[in-house]
Each structure stands twice: as C-alpha cells, then as structure tokens.
Design a protein around this ligand. Sequence first.
Ligand SMILES: N=C(N)NC/C=C/[C@H]1O[C@@H](n2cnc3c(N)ncnc32)[C@H](O)[C@@H]1O
Length: 418
Amino acid sequence: MQTEKVEEEDDAPEEYVALCDFTASGSEQLSFITGDKLLVHNKSSADWWWAELQGVIGYVPASYLRLDGAEEGDDASLEDPWQDDEYFGSYGTLRLHLEMLSDRSRTETYRQVIVSNSASLRDKVVMDLGCGTGIISMFCAQLAKPSMVYAVEASSMAEHTRQLVKQNGCEEVVTVLQGRAEELELPEQVDILVSEWMGNCLLFEFMVESVLLARDRWLRDGGVMWPSSAALALVPCQADSYYTETMAFWERPYGLDFTPLQPLAQQEFFTKPKFSHLIDPEDCLCAPCDVICLNMYTVQVRDLEEMTGEFQFCVEKPGIFHGFTAWFTVQFESLEMGGATVELNTGPNSDPTHWKQTLFMLDRPIQVYAGDSIHGNIVLRRNPVWRRHMTVALHWTINSNTDDSQANISLHYTSIFI
Ligand SMILES: N=C(N)NC/C=C/[C@H]1O[C@@H](n2cnc3c(N)ncnc32)[C@H](O)[C@@H]1O
C-alpha cells in the first residue's frame, strides 16, 4: 500500500492543480475537475486535505492533486506511479510469502485445481504469473505432467525460487524467469495462464492488469485462464464492535466527555475502508450479492479504470446498519468439458483467508427493520496517478416502512473511500 506521507501544516495556503475530476460525496467534500487550481489550507491527513476552490471550502482527496508549477519532469512526479521499487521490494522478503503460504484455504484451493485437472495438464505449457516461491509451479510439476511451466517472478525472490525448484526435483519441468510478466519474452505461447493476483476488494495492487496484458500476449487461442472468473461480493452489515471501539469510545473515557472528538473520529476512521475485517455471519443484515463480475477471458485493462455495480438488498432482520462488507470469490473452470468448477470464496461463510473481508463504515449508523430496502451502486475508480490504488464510492438509498407508521422514509447516502 502507498506509504503515508503527512507533511507539516504550512501557514500560507499552497496552490495545487487537479490531475483529474473528483465528485464530492456529502457536504464536507469539495468537487473539482481536471485543471482546477485549489488552495490547500490544511493537510489534516495523508489522504484528505482541507482546500478551497472559488471561495468554497471542503475536503479533497490528496492523491488527485499535484503542487502547481510542478511540471511532469520534476522530482515530485518522478515517483513511479506503480511504486515498483516498494512493491517488488516487499515481495523480495519472506513476510508476505509466509502470509500467503500460511493461508491454507488459498493454497489448498490452487492445489485442488491442479489435482482435479492433472490428467488434462499432461503435455501442456503453463505460465505461473507472479509465482513468488513457486508453490503453484511445483504443484504442477509434482501432481501433474505438464511439458513446461514458466514460473515468472519480478522480485528478487526469483533466485530463491530457482533454488526451491531444484531442491524439490522440479527443474526438468519448471523454468523460473525473473522479470515483469508483461515485459519479459517467453519462448512460446502457453496453454494455461495461472496466477494468484487478487488483492483487497479483489483489485487493490492491480496486479490483474499484468495478468490481462500477459493473457493478450502469451495465452494461445483456446487457452485457459486460472482463475477463469472473479466476483466482488457486498452485504449491508452491523459492525457494533468496531463502532464501539472507534466512535462510542469518546463518549465517556475515564469519566470525561470527549464527544467533541467524534467528528474527527468519523473523518479518520469512517472515510477509509477497514481491511482485515472479520465479519461474523450473524452481522450480515441479508444475503450478499455479487456487485462486480470479471470474465478473465474478455475483461480489458481499460475496463478496470471505473467499474460500477448495482445492488438491491432487502433487510431480513431488524438491526443497526453500520456499513457494508466486501469480499471476493474466484472460480477455476475445469480443463475437461463438463468438469467441476473449483471456487475460492473469501467470504464469512467460508474458511478464513489472509484477505479476511473489507468493512466500509457509514458516516452514522441507521436503525433498519425487516423488509427495508437498501439499494444503490458501488463505483471502483482506479486512481489516475497511483496505479495500484483505487477509490470505492458507495451510493445508496434506504426505503423503510417502519412499523411505527412512519411514511416511506428515503435516505440518500454517498461515501468515498480512498
Ligand atoms: N496480492 C496477491 N494476492 N498476490 C500478489 C502476488 C504477488 C507475487 O507476484 C509477483 N508479481 C506481481 N506482479 C508481477 C508482474 N507483473 N510480473 C511478475 N511478477 C509479479 C510479486 O513479486 C509477488 O511475488
């Protein structure tokens, strides 16, 4: 994830130029369009700044702005929009690989895919994109008989992966290639492109872009993508413990009244997603629905810029609507006609994974009742500057026929999460 740089507050406001459009959600945020010159008065956090545009003031997303007068070539914009040094640097150490390998649900699913397709994998050419320690490539070599597996890894882990491949007697079948998959040369097209590319909310890190570029360049016609499809699931939920920890806490800590801090707490804790949230199935206010679906054969990189999904939920039990929880599922189609599809589900009713789930808190909780309708849409907008990041915007309306004979109340909300 992008490292947070919180610069010192300056007295004189600085002029910044907007790199792209931004549509505010809620009265405290400020809309602008590409090229607008904003006066930044206060950099209250790394993600949101207090700025002014033609006399109107409000919060703006810092990553959409560049210091005015900073031309393309100057050092500020020299930073790599893919942050590759930091990204591949982090994958050059064991910490993240240990986390992924320790995730049994994730790793066993990929092994299950290889085992259940072992016969059809015979004499096939496979590419394992972003192979890390090479676990999937070695599953292929040990559990099936492909003619070749190209294990592609951009980080310095690749040299250790070569050693592991040799150590486990797979060097006949597995060739480790170090480099970015979309840049290196393979000696041949591949029959199967397998990769474990999914990030938080499915798309964070946007490694999926590399997978699509490699698909277009190296997957032969009729070749197979593993995963073959992916979906982002969403559900309205309670999150009482998180709400208590971050908001209710300020009511009476140690007998004192800290409620004046609650607006700050709302801005700090509820305007960005809570990754690694573990939602209890009981906290789901209804059944989840897939709001965004990717067909890995047809989705294009340009489609990733902005993805919108509609939803319509009917609340099944009374409770407090604190927010939405998101997670993903991926499906691996069989190489055999009519064979069973294998699925990895990272939701609350499946075995836990290292991704856990992602919680998006509302500005304020809402009492809901069975039969209430929560409908709207979710918009994943890729960051125009930092290419491994995106914003998530949730627009929704509640229609409630509460039993205390209130007329149909309709509340409209939008939240933007960096
Ligand atoms: N976040 C999840 N789930 N998995 C991340 C998995 C990331 C692994 O794939 C490698 N990787 C990522 N992108 C590329 C690329 N374009 N070319 C070659 N190797 C790459 C990283 O260095 C990690 O070892």
